[in-house]
Design a binder for this molecule. Structure first.
Ligand code: SF4
Length: 409
């Protein structure tokens, strides 16, 4: 039987890549993907990415995300997730008024689609800068009502105040936006603060959600894109509200300490510690705060599951934590608690390590080698178990086989 086929949809060619607008781009993808990929009420969502006291490291981290990638969000290729219109000063094709107009429409409630505000960097006290006739960080300009006929720059903090009430969600990305970070460190000449300090504890988005915090300096890009995708699925009515902890962090990403999933945790447990950078052992004695820091970089890696501080030899300096940097400085000095936990690990390790070596010598041998007395490896001779090793293993094997019918070997 012939299968009826839909006539192919003719999708008009959008302008050349350099000239295509954000809207043309999204319209193309929407036409090509078809309604089946979008299971909720919204075909698209706008994301306004504002930058304050920022180094742009968060943007760099996010464009490197792979699970999901920014491209998959922009093209609507994640089932159920609406196509994202990303308004980012560095990444958006449009500039000038074409860039500003969607923000103005959002403030006026004329956007015609929900929007999310993402803030990168901390929010400085713009009144300090304004008193000197300047600004700390701004996006676009507008008529200055105090000096008719003149224009004035609009601080990104002002955009946040304007956009936040109508946002489906406000997401603070990076430690500067989540907790104040380096701009808010001791001294803090700009009176910089976090997004949640700026908006206040009573802030709720139109979805009823307080500020969502994805910390890190820079954060793991995947942590951000995954959180945004989860929030968008909630917006579509497809997924549940993701679980956030008391500090607004995605609970499934920041519930564990770095230490628990660290590739060097076995060294810590055996009480062996690096003395120099480049050593392979646990880094706690050269300044690692991993045992108390909430972060998943050791299990997730930095980009595409590769890299990540301790995985590549860098001690954790607590960059995801609200107390960073002041409560972790001076960096690269052993945290005081190390004296207690490290000494305990050394004591336990000095007992456990030799026992493990005994078992290792035993387990690294074929049974046949003991029977024939010949080790067939041409690479060298594995260590022969000592008399004490054999005695230990007679006892060990009795315990191992106790209560079973298995024969001792
Ligand atoms: Fe824990 Fe840091 Fe040592 Fe890793 S390097 S095991 S996180 S203390």
């Amino acid at each position: 039987m012939a299968i009826a086929q839909e006539p192919p949809t003719t999708v008009p060619q959008a302008g050349n890549v350099a000239g295509v607008s954000q809207e043309e781009w999204a319209t193309q993808f929407a036409a090509q993907s078809g309604p089946a990929t979008r299971l909720g009420p919204f075909e698209s969502v706008h994301v306004f990415w504002l930058a304050g006291m920022s180094c742009d490291g968060c943007s760099i981290a996010v464009v490197g995300a792979t699970m999901p990638s920014v491209e998959s969000l922009l093209t609507g290729s994640l089932p159920g997730v609406p196509i994202v219109f990303l308004h980012h000063t560095a990444l958006q094709v449009e500039a000038g008024e074409a860039f500003m107009e969607p923000m103005r429409k959002a403030v006026r409630g004329e956007l015609g689609a929900p929007y999310v505000v993402v803030y990168e960097g901390s929010i400085a006290d713009e009144t300090k800068a304004a008193a000197l006739g300047g600004y700390w960080s701004a996006i676009g300009e507008e008529d200055n009502p105090e000096h008719p006929g003149e224009m004035r720059q609009v601080p990104s903090a002002v955009w946040m105040k304007r956009l936040a009430p109508g946002a489906a969600a406000v997401v603070a990305i990076g430690t500067c936006a989540t907790w104040g970070g380096i701009p808010a460190a001791y001294g803090n000449p700009t009176a910089a603060m976090s997004v949640q300090d700026y908006l206040g504890r009573d802030y709720r988005s139109t979805l009823g959600v307080p500020v969502v915090n994805v910390p890190g300096c820079s954060p793991v890009g995947d942590n951000f894109t995954e959180t945004v995708a989860a929030v968008l699925l909630f917006l579509q009515g497809i997924g549940p509200l993701p679980e956030f902890d008391d500090l607004g962090r995605p609970a499934w990403l920041f519930g564990e300490t770095v230490h628990r999933n660290c590739t060097r945790a076995g060294y810590y447990e055996e009480g062996t510690f690096a003395e120099h950078y480049g050593d392979k052992e646990c880094l706690v004695e050269i300044g690692c705060w991993g045992p108390v820091v909430n972060c998943n970089i050791t299990s997730r890696g930095a980009i595409n599951h590769i890299g990540g501080c301790m995985n590549v030899g860098g001690p954790c300096i607590g960059c995801t934590m609200p107390g960073f940097p002041d409560r972790f400085a001076p960096f690269y000095k052993a945290p005081p608690g190390t004296f207690v936990s490290g000494t305990a690990s050394k004591l336990v390790g000095s007992f456990v390590r030799p026992l493990r070596r005994v078992t290792q010598r035993y387990a690294n041998r074929e049974t046949r080698w003991d029977t024939t007395g010949v080790v067939s490896s041409g690479w060298g001779a594995p260590k022969t178990p000592t008399f004490v090793d054999k005695l230990i293993h007679i006892a060990y094997d009795r315990m191992r086989h106790g209560g079973t019918t298995a024969k001792n070997f």
